[in-house]
Design a protein around this ligand. Sequence first.
Ligand code: GLN
Length: 528
Amino acid sequence: MTALADDRAARTFLGHPRGLFVLFFAETWERFSYYGMRAILVFYLTKHFLFGEDKAYLLYGAYTSLVYITPVIGGALADRWLGARRAVLFGGALIAIGHLTIALVEGPRGAQGGFLQGFYLALAFIVVGTGFLKANVSTIVGQLYPRDDIRRDPAYSIFYMGINVGGAVGPIVVGLLGELWGWGWGFGAAGVGMLAGLVNFVLFQPALGAAGLPPSPQALRARGSIGLSTETTIYAAAIGGVVLIYALIQYQDLVGWLLVAFAAATVAFVLWRAVATLERDARNRILAALFLCALNPLFWGLNEQGGSSLNVFTDQRVDRHLFGFEVPASQFQSLNSIFIIVFAPAFAALWTWLGRRRLEPSTPAKFGIGLALTGLSFLVLVWGAASGNALTPAIYIVLLNLVMTWGELALSPVGLSAMTRLSTLNMAGLMMGVWFLSTAAGEYLAGLIASLTGGAGTGADQILTVYGRIGWLGIAAGAAVVALSPFVRRLMHLDTIGRDDVAHGLDGERTLAEPQAPGYPIAGERPA
Ligand code: GLN
């Protein structure tokens, strides 16, 4: 690193390295494009391509699952060769190409043929691009901090705010442009947003210091038997991957099976690497990380009812009148992101405050609390709906979102932080990919739960019965996780964390963050 880059990387803002805010805005724009596009995707399929609703939902499910399956591959490639930063740049470029392609190949209403093929190809660009970007941008955040720095969980809470600024603004901007002005304007705005994120990342990346650099620049430049460098080979293979996803996304039934097979193979690979290459403490930490990932399908299965069954419930069973207007159901979708933006700083401050007093709950205990709060949020709605009115007052949807958001803040940013802290540096991207893969299983489970609620045609009772059950299930699972948390925490070996990375063969330019800056106490989680 040059002295200048060194200097930039050392500067802080609000007590955090400046690089955190570079990643914050890069992720804001990427999520702006992702959630913005997702908000109009089903409408585009049903109103522009004139798909039936069932076919549209299937494609939507396949797309949102694939988007979270591919980060495992992008993460592993970054660990081994690319480094997270190059992966983010390449992924961002593919994502922008994808959104802009959708905008440009719109075609006349109802025309499928080549226009539809172009659209599938564009989705494949976004899927592969997200595979390169999503896990890796999240990994770099962790690399800005020593592993035992108490600012890590707060940093991920702040980063999570960036995600949700994009999640809140994207649907509003892309949704309004797409639905009112023309689809192409909406998708085009998503593409331009991603480009803005890339420009921001390129301009300000010196603030990242050494975080996310390739592990070995020589290995990246080395030429293989066909004369291409490793780096070029990876990019060429990624384009091959786009063609593969383009074919796959047209067979949505296969995606569920792919998810199961891919998840099993990935867990086997991680276990093999942990057993074959790591000594006991580091290996146990990977097991602890896998335990946390195993809670994701249930958590996201509940949390992701928001866009499906809860949306339908809000539309049909909730009194949405406010000052004489009827608020459209879709507007309630932004509540989750808005509450995250409002409460993320409070959670960040809470963890720091508790950490300084050695009272911070352990990571697995936070997961238990997160699960229980998510379960409780459904019971809030069930109790509200039982208040005797024919239509449930809208305040209960607001309260549900409030409690659910608290649960999300106790689990999701904490989980991102844990993935980087519990992995060795050369497995960090892979483990972040496993994290997102387990959320893909959550998306899938969410679809199954939504179908149990009976969908649009069923009475409220069916939905409320299912909500009551998943509510209590969440609370019971959360309590069990809190009870197990001391054992899982022991697997995390907090007494040796932050000292063992050097043993794992780091080479090249990449170094760990500097030892803890004076003035920051050691992490709140003390060894048992
Ligand atoms: N809403 C968060 C994001 O977009 C988490 C999504 C997930 O992990 N499935 O990053």
